[in-house]
Design a protein around this ligand. Structure first.
Ligand code: BG6
Ligand code: MG
Length: 220
């Protein structure tokens, strides 16, 4: 029986979390709002709109709708500028090994990302063909921690949620995977991602035996 493996994009497949941070930081600076790495952690996995709302809340600022739209556009333009320079060197360590392992074991693979730029990024790093389906910010109406993005992914893969495994670097993403009744695997800091079923610093720590156990559904 096939398992469904669903990967977040930013901070899991590629190191774009740093570009989101830089772009939000510049925007916050321009509004004279201070913005720390701890606050940035709370923006991981969170949609573009909700991220700007949170930054404005932190800075106690109210702006017009037009200004809001303009700032979101500006942030995305700066982000796209970083993205345009990306190549395969920005794929996070051992991601291709894990994807190729799953492909050679005939598992179902989906992307489950909040980003509206997901397809562009996957094309830039030449990984788009590894995915059976892509669910991104253009397909969902409810942002993580809502499980919608992963439930759509499971549905498109034709795998039931309890047979899906999610790889995530964001607290909101782990909560979404748990709410979807999927196995959640945190990629990053175990202190931050303590709600995950398993946490690894990065994919280099994930051994073949662990993957084998996930595929064959033995208790890992
Ligand atoms: C998530 C990122 O994957 O996508 C967030 O972790 C980001 O930081 C969100 O805000 C939306 O991305 P985009 O590319 O549509 O602005
Ligand atoms: Mg992420």
């Amino acid at each position: 029986m096939k398992k469904g493996f669903i990967f977040d994009l930013d901070g899991v497949i590629v190191d774009t979390a740093k570009y989101h941070f830089l772009a939000w930081q510049n925007l916050a600076n321009s509004l004279e709002i201070s913005f720390s790495e701890e606050q940035n952690e709370q923006l991981k996995g969170v949609s573009r709109i909700r991220s700007l709302e949170k930054i404005l809340e932190w800075g106690n600022k109210t702006i017009s709708e037009e200004e809001f739209t303009r700032l979101m556009h500006e942030k995305n333009e700066e982000y796209l500028n970083y993205i345009s320079k990306m190549d395969t060197s920005e794929i996070l360590p051992d991601v291709p090994r894990v994807l190729d392992y799953l492909i050679s074991n005939e598992q179902a693979i989906a992307l489950g990302s909040a980003s509206k730029n997901a397809r562009v990024i996957l094309e830039k790093v030449e990984l788009i063909s590894k995915f059976n389906t892509i669910v991104d910010g253009t397909n969902v109406s409810k942002a993580k921690p809502d499980p919608e993005v992963f439930l759509i992914g499971a549905h498109q893969l034709g795998v039931s949620p309890e047979n899906c495994i999610v790889f995530e670097d964001a607290v909101a993403g782990i909560q979404a995977a748990n709410a979807a009744n999927m196995i959640s695997i945190g990629i990053g800091n175990p202190k931050i991602l303590h709600e995950a079923d398993y946490v690894f610093k990065d994919f280099t720590e994930i051994e073949e035996e662990f993957m084998n156990n996930l595929v064959s559904a033995k208790k890992v």
